[in-house]
Design a protein around this ligand. Sequence first.
Ligand code: FRU
Length: 495
Amino acid sequence: MRISRRRFVQLAGLSAAAPALMRAAESAQNPELDPLRPEFHLLPPHNWMNDPNGPIFWKGSYHIFYQLNPHAAVWGDMHWGHAVSADMIRWRHQPIALAPTPGGPDSEGCFSGSAVVADGVPTFIYTGVQNAPPADVTIRDGSSTLREVQMLATAADDGLVRWKKREQPVIAAPPAGVKVTGFRDPCPWREDDGWYLGVGSGERGKGGCVLLYRSQDLRSWEYLHKLAEGKPNGKQAANPCDSGEMWECPDFFPLNNRYCLFYSTEGKVLWTTGRYDARTHRYTPDRDGVLDHGAYYAPKSFLAPDGRRILWGWIQETRTQAEFAAAGWSGVMSLPRVLGVDAAGKLTIMPAAEIESLRGQRIASAVSTAHEPGTWRWPLAALRCEISLRADVPATVRLRTRGVAVWELKLDPASGDVRCGDRSFTAETPARSLPARIFLDGSVIETFIGTTDALTSRVYSVVPGETVLEVEMGADSVEPAVWSLDVISPDRLTR
Ligand code: FRU
């Protein structure tokens, strides 16, 4: 239904003092014209998405599934959306892969999970939620009435379009004696002696944890022990995810002679690397850090056929719910990131080389005047570009829209200090130099600093044709390279 701007304002009871909301509502009428909608990142044509689920390479194609609310641009009624790609960049939307079954253990939602291939059959393990009597409720956030169980579904065709659910849960309740704060987001893997599964969980006053299970057939599971757990931190919050007492979306895998465990809590994603004893099934982390310093959550990795460990993550909105609901879309899938672990055990994160296939024309520097040595400016006709630079002296990268600075990244190669809006961190600067790659796509900016740090930003005040990219970094610095990047769909909807 099309509504006029005046009618929208009447309906929403808004005054003219809500321009952001009105702009968002206008774009909902024509999402394909919304300049804030990314054009080379994956997102559903309409409505809400969050976590990536079950990424898998199968029969020559990359598949990604994701948490989708098909009815609105706000969280709720979780389904699994599906898209397929030959290169991890250009996607085609597929029919919804998983939907809640009325009356079933996932009647209130198909929450996050993973995919494995078992006996030649792609198989999902995911969390189903259903309303339950108080004693069975597992989401203990003070208001939820939901019980979480672990469910299984198998692919019924090689396009991974149709899935057959096992009616009953494969894990129907948390382990006896553990009063969980939550019980979800299973991540399975194969070892010599069977299947193993981590489930995100936690306990009040103790901290978040990953519960470890074993099975021979993915259907009947035995609880072993906690694979990893946090420490009491004194924090209290109604929602245990806010206090670190619930770890969501664990991801556990071997990489470069180490093991990595990721989990999401307190609004961020933590990485750990360490040793895993395949005899005792105990994991001992010895390094940790923040996977992305910005709007990034609940990532999930998979193995590409060439052996690269690729990570997908959910880029969140940072504008108000009223604004994104009015815009008609919310949430974006990150670009594919290649993971590694360096000799010191530190996680490395690099944008996948496939992204370079989007590069179009290299944008020539427009202005570098004698008055401002070391300042480059590029007017951006489209909000789609990659900026690559090496800061050997302090550098500032800025987007200026209609004269106003709307996004700014400051790099100090001597100290490694990186600052972007209210976010700051210290990056590694082996040669007192900070290489940075920045991908701008509508309202999304993914920044990679060196080999170990990433920061995802959202910026809603950019306007194509009225935005200038500025880089300041000392008169004799090498000019940054700026490429315009291609769209992956003619209409922003990636049909
Ligand atoms: C993380 C998360 C998961 C859950 C899913 C529900 O963003 O809360 O723990 O499975 O989203 O949509």
